[in-house]
Design a protein around this ligand. Sequence first.
Ligand SMILES: [Zn+2]
Length: 282
Amino acid sequence: MRTTALMTGAVLAVSLAATSAYAQGGFGPQEMTRYQVKENIYTIRNAGAGNVIMLVGEEGVVLIDDKFPQDHDAIMKLVREVTDAPVLYVINTHMHPDHVGGNPAMKDIGAAIVSSENARRIMAERGTPGLANIAMRDYLRIYLDEMPIDLYYFGRGHTDGDIVIHLPTERIVITGDLFALYGPYRAVIDYSAGGSLRDWPRTLERVLQLDFDLVIPGHSGPTDRANIEGYIDYLTRTAQMVREMNAQNRSREDIQKMLESEFNWGRLEMMVGLDGVISEMR
Ligand SMILES: [Zn+2]
């Protein structure tokens, strides 16, 4: 069990870095680059890993996600160009290695790690280093100076441990890989980590009930509410199509071809999601 989970994690890490689909579209520039979103809010992006979001206050810095271990120094260089304040918290949107790989190094510089209880449990089962110091089930509010940072667990989707971060005073929502763009819509459903295509649209409907204008996805630059609505439609159509083909007793190969041609599924999506989606949609 543990070996399988470890292997899946390793395969996923390699795939995330190497799959050509992931090297384009939503991935950022080759060089680690900082973008300003608002006065005290930045994203830090590069070509190989999920977005880091940086919230800067007087008393400290809150980061959302921390990429792979080897990205730590480049991330901190860009943080230190903006502020000398300590990194107080690193919030993990979910447990994938391109989002939490920097946890041990962040703990070493004194940051507390925050994740969902489910993400922490999966990381513990797999022996992933840098487990959360603070774990939440459904809701947690962190204050950075006077700015509230609301963390929500809304249900299964990409994994069963995805947190959505809402900045109510800024009207911004940060979705991790519950909503991530890599060019055309794709769906990485990590069934080994509790992902679910059936639940995913409902989970995102709950995100839409928050008050926001700007969306910062797990991969790609900022976008808007309508883009999430489009993605919910994509996920719903994907689920319906697999369900229909199951009902017609169509083969695994037929379903694979359909997902490739109609829904842009690539190597990674197939590896972590194909068998799971066929059995979930029976
Ligand atoms: Zn992910």
